[in-house]
Structures are given as C-alpha cells and as structure tokens.
Design a protein around this ligand. Structure first.
Ligand code: SF4
Ligand code: SF4
Length: 448
C-alpha cells in the first residue's frame, strides 16, 4: 500500500512484540495505528476523557481506540474492497476533530490526528476529492485571488435563503456563520520589512498565518507592538523575491493537511520553508500566533518528506507565548505590564495544550500585576477548522463546546476571554458567550 505521509518514525514500533497486532498491510502506517494497546482507557466515563467525540455520545467507535480497531480491520482486509470508504470507518474518522488529545493523553501516545491525515489522503485517492473539501482546503488561495469573497460571505451570512442554498448544494451548515475576511488584510509596517540589523538588537521573525492575515490582522499588529516594546527587531516572514508569485502570503499548508491533500500541503510547506531558511540560518526564532499553523512546522511538516530544512525550522519555531516564556526563563525579557481592570478566562487551543504551551501562557500572564485569570479546563471547542461549519457536524460541534467551555464562559460574563485559535474565537463569539481576543492583544493592552 502506498502511503502519503512519511511514517518511518514508526519503523521499529511493535517489532519483536508478539502482541503488537500489527495489521497485514500499510507498512509503517499500520505500525503507527498498532501503537494502541487496546486498553480502552479512552472509553471510560468521566470528565477528563480525552476524545471529545466519545464524550459527546460515548459510542466506542467514536473513541481513539475505536478508530484504531476499525483502521486495523481496514488494513487487514476485513472492510471490503474499498476499506477507506467503509461507512462505519468514515463516520468514526469524520468525527475525529484532530485535537491531538490522544497524542498527549493516551498512555501509548496514539497520534490519531496524523493518522487521520493519511486516512483522508487514502480516501481522496480512492474516491476523489469532494467539492466542499476543495472549497475549504483551498481557502488561502481563494482569499488571495478573490478579495470579493469577503462580500460573498457577508451576503450569505445576512441572507438565510443563500445560507440554505449553501447547505443544500455544498453541505455548509445554514445554522453557522461563515468567517468574513476583513477588507484590510495584514500589511507589515515598512520598518518590519527591512531585515537590516542594528547593533546589539535581537532579531526575531514573525509568521503571519492565513487566518491572521485575512481575518484578524490586528493580532499581528498587537504582536508587533509587544515584541517591539520588548526591544526586539521584528522581521515579518515574506516569500523570497524568487518565489513563485511573491505577492502571495506564506501559508503552512494546514488547510490542505486537514483535508488529506498532501501534495498541495507539501507545496505550501516547501514555499514556507524556502522563505524561512535565511532566518533559520541566521539563528532567528520563528514566532507564530495561530497554534495549528505554527505547530504544523514542528509536527506535520516533518512527515512531508521535506528533509533537513523542515527539521532545522522545527527546532526554531515557537508560539508567541513560548518565545516570551523562553526569554523570561533566560532573564532576557524586557517587558513590563500595567494592571488590567477585568479578570480573564483563558481557553487553550487543542494544539497549544498538546505541546504544553499553556504553561507558557500562565507564566506570561503572571507578569501582569495582580492579574486575576483562570485557565478553563476544557477539550476541543468543537469548531476545529471547518468541522463546525459542516452541516452533518454542526450540532456535534456545538455539543462539544457545551461540554465545558461555554458553561464556564457564561458563568463569568464580565471576564475578558482569551483564546489562542482562530476557530476557537469564532466558536465562542458565535455562541454569544464572549468576544474573545488573542493573548497578543491582551498583552498589547497591558503594555506599560
Ligand atoms: S487509544 Fe490509547 S487509551 Fe485508547 S485504547 Fe488505545 S492505547 Fe488505550
Ligand atoms: S485527535 Fe482528538 S478527536 Fe481525534 S481521536 Fe484523538 S482525541 Fe479523539
């Protein structure tokens, strides 16, 4: 079986273990699936169970281990001629929101988010790529080529009949609002475009992802303000002059990965890596604001077969909060903050939690004098990229948000809500439980 991601990291997994139960086909991908020891801990009841889809309906097939059992059956030839299109497996995999909760919490670290990318690539290869998948996956390209898409999204959001048409034709839930790109995309201030270095000034690179660039450019400006206040010279990552279409913003390929379009994801990631290599070679930290985008440089990009450039970049890629916390630990952070009036509730993006970045968020928030804040104990917000917009998932998506996140927010209506992910902020704002901001925006407000 041809696989689309590089699974060589698992080549020794389960070898010499008579009980490993590695499926007959699938090579190293099968070994990654067989990492699960079928303990069924992910199917126990209780608040802390990792998998949000299992927490919603408590069906075994909708847990991490349940997905593994179905995948093993598929790889062992038990699900028929077209195993990846098998309805039971397809439903189980579609309900995985790629939160990486299992990678962090499963006792054997099953990486179902990565397995789902391979699964979707296999399904796309077997039965073609549906129109809705193409629409969502190519979003960065559409936003660049067709600036009028913002007006179309706004019309659709204001005209229920158009939303109903979109649900019937494309399967995009009429109940949910589409994100509306801003008319003023991110444009770096001129000083940040100049990579010349000053004596003794620390240079850092800011990665402005697709979502920040087209929907919330104010977050990038807030990050620039905070970093500049800390004395850093900020270079905004840009495509090189020799890149194809140098005016097109950089993109990590996340929307393609999320839909199993590996070739397109690889092309975007390569373009990004090419642009970052001079900065990586100069030892500059690469700082990102959107967790799923920045962290794909440290995770999924390494499985795209992009060689040493990907590995070198991964070592220097940091979330905004991780960078600040690292500087704090090294006693080189020169930021002072003033008190803020409101208390705050903090919702971590699943991928932030998966890499332990909430510890960094906590350390940085403690620098704000007398700041009253609390980290919300919750799993996925349920939006998960395009998942919450899909007609068949809209209700499950809201159910996931209601498990813990929305009740906690409603209980503290005056709190400032901080959320790291674009999808999380949309889920919260749409539910009317707050008007969330990014950590960079909060710190910008708190600059002394
Ligand atoms: S996914 Fe992890 S927790 Fe669930 S059955 Fe497998 S090993 Fe156990
Ligand atoms: S990535 Fe999240 S939703 Fe998917 S199996 Fe793991 S815990 Fe469940």
């Amino acid at each position: 079986m041809k696989t689309y991601l590089d699974w060589s990291e698992y080549q020794d997994a389960g070898m010499g273990d008579a009980y490993a139960d590695i499926p007959k086909t699938g090579g190293n991908f099968a070994k990654a699936v067989a990492v699960c020891i079928n303990s069924r801990l992910c199917e126990s009841s209780g608040k802390g169970v990792m998998c949000p889809s299992f927490r919603i309906d408590e069906k075994g097939d909708h847990s991490t281990g349940g997905r593994v059992r179905l995948l093993k059956a598929a790889l062992n030839g038990e699900l028929g001629e077209a195993p990846f299109g098998h309805p039971g497996l397809a439903e189980a995999m579609d309900l995985c929101v790629s939160c990486k909760g299992c990678k962090r919490e499963c006792e054997n670290k099953v990486d179902m988010a990565a397995i789902k990318i391979e699964y979707l690539a296999q399904r796309n290869a077997a039965s073609g790529i549906p129109l809705r998948t193409r629409l969502f996956a190519h979003l960065p390209l559409w936003l660049y080529r067709w600036p009028w898409l913002g007006r179309l999204a706004a019309w659709r959001n204001r005209m229920p009949w158009l939303a109903r048409l979109g649900e019937r034709w494309l399967g995009i839930s009429a109940r949910r609002r589409l994100p509306e790109p801003t008319a003023r995309r991110f444009s770096p201030p001129l000083a940040e475009q100049d990579p010349a270095s000053g004596e003794g000034v620390r240079e850092v690179v800011l990665l402005v992802d697709t979502f920040t660039h087209y929907f919330e450019p104010e977050i990038a400006h807030a990050a620039l303000d905070v970093l500049k206040a800390g004395g850093y010279r900020v270079i905004v990552a840009q495509p090189g002059a020799d890149a194809a279409d140098p005016a097109r913003p950089l993109c990590c390929g996340r929307t393609y990965l999320a839909h199993g379009m590996i070739g397109e994801a690889r092309a975007e990631a390569s373009r990004m890596l090419a642009a970052l290599q001079p900065h990586v070679a100069a030892g500059r930290p690469i700082i990102g604001l959107e967790p799923s985008c920045l962290l794909s440089l440290r995770d999924e990009c390494l499985a795209l077969g992009l060689g040493e450039a990907a590995a070198r970049t991964a070592r220097q890629a940091l979330l905004f909060e991780e960078f600040l916390a690292k500087e704090l630990a090294a006693k080189t952070l020169r930021l002072t903050f003033k008190p803020l009036a409101n208390p705050a509730l903090i919702h971590g993006h699943c991928h932030q939690k998966a890499v332990g970045a909430m510890k960094s968020v906590r350390k940085i928030l403690k620098l704000i004098p007398d700041f009253d804040f609390e980290l919300i104990e919750s799993s996925c917000c349920g939006m998960a990229g395009s998942f919450g917009l899909e007609a068949e998932h809209a209700e499950v998506s809201l159910g996931m948000a209601e498990l813990a996140l929305l009740p906690e927010l409603r209980a503290a209506p005056n709190a400032t809500v901080v959320a790291g992910g674009f999808s999380c902020r949309r889920q919260i704002a749409e539910s009317g439980a707050g008007r969330p901001i990014h950590l960079a925006t909060l710190l910008q407000k708190a600059l002394a």
